[in-house]
Design a protein around this ligand. Structure first.
Ligand code: ADP
Ligand code: GN1
Ligand code: MG
Length: 372
């Protein structure tokens, strides 16, 4: 989690039902998609209150009203579940702060959509895995998240990004970007292009099994990066799953896989020294243990078998997406320096190659924990 310098205060703040007087507004977090701020307010009796304010990325989420319908539905559902088991509803799920007109979002004079949440205090989202316990905790929380949403009325969910984890479609979009080569960058990434094309058959593996029903479609998070979990500063427990923009029908193995891609890597997502990049089998094992506990027996035999494939596929797909964005001029993922999306693509491909080597061990680990 990164806290930025004080910034120009968004005019939209006055449109939300915040309590007290605004004392601070800072850019917050390290997400690649939305613009996030942390706001501090002081009430008349001297208490301070904090909120998260986000400008939703409309290039990525083209239907923000539907998106907020999903988020309100999911957070209401989770709140009921948390209350039933005597949990803390203010800390264990996000709470949307309505705008003064009662809607769960506001639009500004530029037509941008904004939303606000209570800031969850005493907890942190980390960009790197610093301890086995934190990673284990995140695994339990993402597994449990899926379980809590297992009987959510799927038909009420909007697809916020169509084909989000359709790897076959991601490959087609990559080929299109390559054909168009709008920035003249294709010639400089020949080895990466070759890497992707050699593995085209891989893109079908999970999509085919989803289409045939061999892998069940569930309500999944779809963006299970380690920094989309808040870890309690005192207890070290993962208390809240955040970043619910992509909660949609999907595959459990992809939720597992995206966490491995990001959290079990020995290096940052944009590391330039590729010799530092590999998939840490110990962290992988830690995550398997936690995820299976969190899912509590809900995964089918085929899902268990396909967990390692989920890790490879989510990493491969992310690499394809970063490379596509690089070819198209970096319009999707935020970048902080030139070539960052290419750096990101390269780490993903290095991880894929490493996981291909480690596949037998990855399978053996799942088998061991699945038997317990
Ligand atoms: P993005 O889609 O851009 O990744 P996120 O929704 O993940 O945006 O938010 C960015 C960051 O803001 C998170 O990584 C986390 O640090 C922080 N954050 C978001 N919501 C909350 C919240 N309700 N309480 C505390 N921190 C939050
Ligand atoms: C984005 O929003 P954030 O930073 O948690 C992206 C994910 C990618 C990830 C790569 C909506 O996640 O799909 O895996 O970057 N989110 C969206 O780091 O595209
Ligand atoms: Mg995020």
């Amino acid at each position: 989690m990164v806290e930025g310098k004080k910034t120009e205060t968004p005019e939209i703040i006055s449109e939300f039902k915040f309590e007290g007087e605004l004392k601070g507004c800072v850019p917050f977090g390290s997400g690649h998609i939305n613009d996030t701020y942390r706001l501090t307010f002081e009430t008349a009796n001297g208490d301070s209150g904090q909120y998260i304010l986000q400008k939703m990325n409309q290039k990525v989420f083209t239907r923000p009203v539907e998106l907020m319908e999903n988020i309100c539905g999911i957070t209401d559902w989770l709140r009921r579940r948390i209350r039933e088991r005597g949990g803390d509803v203010r800390r264990e799920t996000m709470s949307v702060i309505p705008a003064k007109d009662g809607k769960p979002y506001c639009t500004d004079s530029d037509g941008e959509y904004w939303r606000a949440y209570y800031y969850i205090t005493g907890a942190t989202s980390y960009d790197t895995v610093k301890s086995d316990n934190d990673f284990y905790e995140s695994a339990v929380a993402f597994g449990r998240f899926q379980r809590m949403l297992a009987d959510y009325p799927t038909e009420t969910l909007h697809e916020t990004i169509p084909n989000f984890h359709n790897t076959v479609d991601r490959f087609a979009k990559f080929e299109k970007a390559l054909r168009e080569d709008s920035c003249g960058r294709a010639a400089s990434v020949a080895p990466e292009i070759q890497f992707v094309r050699q593995r085209e058959p891989l893109t079908h593996v999970l999509c085919d099994q989803q289409a045939s029903g061999e892998l069940p479609t569930r309500v999944t998070h779809n963006d299970t990066k380690f920094n989309n979990i808040l870890i309690d500063d005192e207890t070290g427990r993962a208390i809240c799953v955040i970043d619910l923009d992509t909660v949609m029908p999907g595959l459990s193995v992809n939720d597992f896989g995206d966490s491995i891609r990001f959290g079990a890597s020995t290096a940052a997502e944009d590391e330039r020294d590729l010799d530092k990049v590999s998939m840490d089998l110990h962290l992988y094992e830690v995550y398997v243990k936690g995820f299976l506990e969190g899912c509590a027996g809900a995964l089918t035999q085929r899902e268990l078998e396909m967990l390692p494939m989920g890790a490879i596929l989510m990493t491969f797909e992310s690499g394809i997406r970063f490379l596509t964005d690089y070819l198209e001029g970096d319009h999707y993922f935020k970048i902080h320096c030139d070539g960052q999306n290419l750096d990101r693509a390269r780490t993903q491909f290095r991880l894929v190659a490493d996981m291909e080597q480690k596949l037998p061990q990855m399978r053996a680990i799942v088998e061991r924990y699945a038997r317990r």
